[in-house]
Design a protein around this ligand. Structure first.
Ligand code: ATP
Ligand code: MG
Length: 315
């Protein structure tokens, strides 16, 4: 891989591949994640997200292709590749017979963080993740959300430049979810690169700079959430309601409109050109002395993109 590529990218993967007996879990995928990006890997169960994350974090050796973390090859230079990473795996990895604090100190030792610094960091992280009061309790008494927050704190103790999270908020309540996504935003602002897998489209939409959608071991689509949404829907829907509502005039005669139909007291209009259609609707209202009560454009959601792509379509 070229030197210039290394300087910009936190992760580069080319033709990365993993098979289990006759299952091709990851089917020669290539992608890169830029330094400072929040990158989301989406896909249905069994798509190959965890296997990809496991290869990138050195848990599992690829069968083919190559990948590098900040320019360090994951197979030939694994220690240097791992040193700059923090990992929140799919299944919990804290010692349940130790306290939260002991788990954090253990991580500090593992990464060679000086003790006084590890203690300071642990206090800051526990406080930010709402666990400071529980720091001396054994992890076995922790709820799922508390465990997950602790695992995130453990992954961040050595201040990694890149953090991998495999479904970090799956099955968590609103508060844990909020604390974790808040922490991810803070990390992003301070320049940390974030690689996460998720089933939560809304979360990916709000958090990620770019997402890749995996299907059967391959990357079926990769782009920013907004561009993916735009790509699936050339036609936009505009919802409008007038007061008085019972006009018989047909909006479908307006120029540039694909279709217009009534749904209850609203009109649902589809168009390729949102701007000129909204102008035409306003002119129509003024001409017929109708007050516009509601006017909104309904954009496609990342959910729709996901369904389209994972059902075999393309964007
Ligand atoms: N250790 C393993 N041994 C055998 N097969 C495996 C192993 N790990 C993963 N697989 C298979 O590889 C495929 C991809 O699995 P993977 O766990 O990467 O999917 P995923 O996208 O993370 O799914 P989920 O959303 O359910 O977490 C699946 O068919 C799975 O059964
Ligand atoms: Mg998984």
């Amino acid at each position: 891989m070229k030197e210039a590529e290394h300087q910009e990218n936190a992760i580069t993967a080319s033709d990365l591949r993993k098979t289990f007996a006759d299952i091709v879990a990851v089917d020669s995928i290539s992608f890169s994640v830029k330094i400072g990006e929040i990158f989301g890997l989406l896909g249905p169960n069994g798509a190959g997200k965890t296997t990809t994350a496991r290869m990138l974090t050195g848990v599992m050796r690829p069968d083919g292709g190559a990948a590098a973390i900040f320019g360090h090859d994951i197979v030939s230079d694994p220690i240097r590749a791992k040193q700059r990473c923090g990992v929140v795996p799919e299944t919990a990895n804290a010692y349940t017979d130790l306290s939260a604090w002991q788990n954090l100190m253990l991580m500090g030792e593992l990464y060679g963080v000086p003790k006084h610094y590890a203690e300071e960091r642990a206090n800051t992280l526990l406080s930010a993740l709402g666990l400071l009061e529980r720091k001396d309790q054994l992890v076995q008494g922790f709820s799922k959300g508390m465990k997950q927050r602790l695992i995130l704190a453990m992954a961040l103790l050595h201040e990694p430049d890149l953090i991998f999270l495999d479904e970090p908020t799956s099955g968590l309540d609103v508060q844990s979810n909020h604390l974790i996504t808040g922490m991810l935003r803070e990390l992003h602002e301070s320049g940390t690169t974030i690689f996460l897998t998720t089933h939560n489209m809304e979360e990916a939409n709000r958090l990620c700079n770019r997402v890749a959608i995996m299907r059967k071991g391959k990357i079926a689509a990769i782009d920013s959430p907004e561009r993916l949404k735009m790509a699936i829907e050339r036609l936009h829907t505009i919802e409008v309601s007038f007061d008085p509502a019972g006009t018989d005039d047909n909006l479908a005669s307006l120029q540039g409109i694909e279709s217009a139909r009534r749904e209850g007291d609203k009109w649902m209009i589809t168009t390729e050109d949102v701007d000129s259609t909204i102008r035409a609707i306003c002119a129509f209202g003024a001409e017929h002395q109708l007050k516009i009560e509601v006017l909104r454009t309904l954009a496609p959601t990342l959910d729709e993109v996901f369904l389209r792509v994972t059902e075999g379509g393309t964007v």
